[in-house]
Design a protein around this ligand. Structure first.
Ligand SMILES: O=c1ccn([C@@H]2O[C@H](COP(=O)(O)O)[C@@H](O)[C@H]2O)c(=O)[nH]1
Length: 274
């Protein structure tokens, strides 16, 4: 199924704009999982199974798996999500960006090896570096626009002269993606919850384009301001990500139940402003 179709269905049928981020850090796992060779997979599966009915998508961050030599567990995790929760799209957060020939390999890795439904991509190297992902029209291509970290302002907030006039670099990215790169309707943008003013501006520039919004929870972004700035007229359009606040809500054997409680509260806090 097309990523956007699955996402739209999840927003409305499951009544959720929450994306649970899967950033497994073994140092934070409960004692009973410590030292197990499959600890990453078991930890993530437990959180996925406890929260799947509460989310519109999951977002595994590849660095947490690769750093532990656990790409095989990432592959198994995505396979598990597809089998056990087939209507739940998976965004591989990889923030890839490289010349076309290398990007082709990254696209194969994301979509054919890991079987992700969407990937995050850094647009900084330009259109030809993004084309290999866009060549999969069923898959979502979610481009970094206004990231949630403070340092994002170093470049993204600069005023630049563009063929459309003078604007902030992140505004130019938003317009370029919305107006030039989205021919198959499979693009989205990353805009941090820590910058609600810029969420509003990106929404203004891109119509109903889906926005992946990290930065609530551990980074302190504001749900109310995010919703006011970014929701569409249909009360959707957002994948609001929370990773650490959900994953590490509990540190004991009942960690998955604790994760579910935080996910439920977060989903409801979001829905109160749809
Ligand atoms: O601008 C961005 C882009 C991506 N991220 C990623 O989202 C999660 C956030 O984790 P929390 O624990 O909820 O803070 C993480 O995987 C980041 O790599 C982001 O934070 N900001």
């Amino acid at each position: 199924m097309h990523f956007m179709t699955a996402l739209e269905a999840a927003w409305h049928q499951r009544n959720s704009l929450l994306c649970v981020g899967l950033d497994p850090d073994p140092a934070k796992f409960p004692a009973h999982l410590q030292g197990r060779p499959d600890a990453i997979l078991e930890f993530c599966k437990a959180v996925v199974d406890a929260t799947a009915d509460l989310v519109c998508c999951f977002k595994p961050q590849i660095a947490y798996f690769a750093a532990q030599r656990a790409e095989d567990q990432l592959e198994a995790l995505i396979e598990h999500i597809h089998l056990a929760h087939p209507d739940t799209p998976v965004i591989l957060d990889a923030k890839r960006g490289d010349i076309g020939s290398t990007a082709e390999q990254y696209a194969i890795e994301a979509f054919e090896r890991f079987k992700a439904d969407a990937i995050t991509v850094n647009p900084y190297m330009g259109r030809d570096s993004v084309d290999p992902y866009l060549a999969y029209p069923e898959k979502g291509v979610i481009l970094l626009c206004r990231t949630s970290n403070q340092g994002g302002s170093d470049l993204q907030f600069l005023d630049v002269d563009t063929p459309r006039g003078r604007m902030k670099l992140y505004e130019h990215v938003a317009r370029t993606v919305a107006e030039d790169w989205n021919a198959s309707g499979n693009c989205g943008l990353v805009v941090g919850a820590t910058f609600p003013g810029e969420i509003a501006r990106v929404r203004e520039l891109t119509g109903d384009m889906p926005l992946l919004v990290p930065g609530i929870g551990a980074q302190g972004g504001d749900i109310v301001a995010t919703m006011a700035a970014g929701r569409t007229a249909k009360g959707a359009g957002l994948m609001i990500n929370s990773s650490r606040a959900v994953l590490y809500a509990g540190r004991d054997e009942d960690f998955a139940e604790a994760a579910r409680k935080v996910a439920l509260d977060t989903r409801d806090a979001i829905n109160a402003h749809r």
